[in-house]
Design a protein around this ligand. Structure first.
Ligand code: ZN
Length: 112
């Protein structure tokens, strides 16, 4: 059988972890240790979430799992930070103060 060297995208791997992948994708995961490890990791995160949350699986769970599994990876720290900084009240404060100071500075320059 012809094995492809292209790995499925993270979105596809999440779907496979939730048993929604197609045959080709599932076959690749069976044969590719790298993707298999990733799918196992997603499944363990999924189990953690299911044990916390007894409710039926929400529609956006795949996205949530993807976000969690991404945040576990150090190389995605910067990207993760960019996506989540606005949820941190402390950082919002700093950005707000920075914006006010910048505006004040600009106004001061224009007044001269
Ligand atoms: Zn792979």
């Amino acid at each position: 059988m012809n094995t492809t060297t292209t790995h499925p995208t993270e979105e596809v791997l999440v779907e496979c972890a939730l048993d929604k992948g197609n045959e080709v994708q599932l076959e690749h995961i069976k044969q590719c240790p790298q993707c298999r490890d990733y799918v196992e990791e997603i499944r363990s995160v999924y189990k953690d979430i299911s044990s916390i949350d007894e409710e039926p699986v929400p529609e956006r769970l795949a996205a949530k799992i993807l976000a969690i599994s991404r945040s576990k990876r150090p190389q995605n720290f910067v990207w993760n930070f960019l996506q989540t900084w606005y949820k941190n009240p402390f950082l919002i404060g700093i950005v707000t103060v920075g914006a006010i100071l910048l505006l004040y500075g600009l106004m001061h320059l224009c007044m001269q």
